[in-house]
Design a protein around this ligand. Structure first.
Ligand SMILES: N[C@@H](CCC(=O)N[C@@H](CS)C(=O)NCC(=O)O)C(=O)O
Length: 238
């Protein structure tokens, strides 16, 4: 049974954290809405509408036969051992999940820099609040998260958990490249401030299957509909 991933078309978004795991191990998957167009969108709407009595609030959503899972961290908790991207030890899998939930918090805060009042409003209608939110994020919140992950990696010989390459490493890569896209000025001294994270980003980006994926048309370019958006007016000097 081929895994089926449901996510909005045209953006990396939170779906990308799941795609990276599949791509890293060359696991076949159907990116349903991208591949099936309106029919795929209707299938995703059905999953969110709860036709089967287990509605998902929002994508990404993973379908594996009868198993339907939402929440990015939860999907990766499920896929990690199946794709060989999780530590073998159960306790360490919970450590990995804890790190992934922290990444989810970080991703939410990155998203809120351009949508601080509501995801239901346009960016143009919350620009003033976005500037205040982004400035606080870049001065205090992002450095706090980045220092935490840098320390975690330094203590783990360059791996987020258990001394093994895991889905958490892939997600940290995605966060770093996303921030570099969105806030190039603030991230200018990234390598010297957070060297362990910089080394991880370099290492993950060079993994052969991932490098091939990143260079392929399957990798949707960053754009201003995703989580990491480049609005120059929100960036500050780092
Ligand atoms: N905590 C969830 C957040 C899911 C989420 O916010 N998905 C976005 C797209 S990336 C969405 O479609 N949200 C719709 C909404 O919040 O109304 C996760 O990590 O998967």
């Amino acid at each position: 049974m081929t895994y089926r991933l449901f996510y909005w078309p045209g953006l990396q978004g939170r779906g990308e954290f799941v795609r990276l795991a599949f791509e890293e191990v060359a696991e076949p998957y159907v990116d349903v809405v991208r591949e099936d167009g309106p029919e795929g969108m209707a299938a995703m709407a059905a999953l969110m509408g709860g036709g089967e009595g287990r509605p998902a609030f929002a994508p990404p959503i993973l379908e594996d036969g009868d198993v339907v899972i939402s929440q990015t961290a939860n999907i990766l908790l499920y896929l990690g051992p199946r794709l060989g991207l999780a530590p073998p030890d159960e306790a360490l899998r919970h450590t990995a999940h804890g790190l992934q939930l922290t990444i989810a918090d970080f991703v939410n805060e990155a998203h809120d820099t351009h949508h601080p009042i509501s995801g239901n409003l346009f960016y143009k209608d919350q620009k003033e609040a976005a500037k205040a939110c982004a400035t606080e994020f870049l001065n205090n919140r992002a450095p706090k998260y980045l220092a935490y992950f840098d320390k975690t990696l330094a203590a783990g010989d360059g791996f987020a958990v258990g001394g093994v390459h895991s889905y958490v490493d892939l997600s940290l890569f995605q966060v770093v490249v996303g921030l570099a896209y969105a806030f190039p000025r603030a991230m200018a001294r990234f390598d010297e401030r957070w060297p362990a994270l910089a080394a991880l980003t370099e290492r993950v980006g060079r993994r052969p299957r991932l490098a091939a994926y990143l260079a392929s048309p399957r990798r949707i370019p960053f754009n201003e509909t995703g989580i990491f958006r480049h609005y120059p007016e929100l960036d500050i000097d780092g």
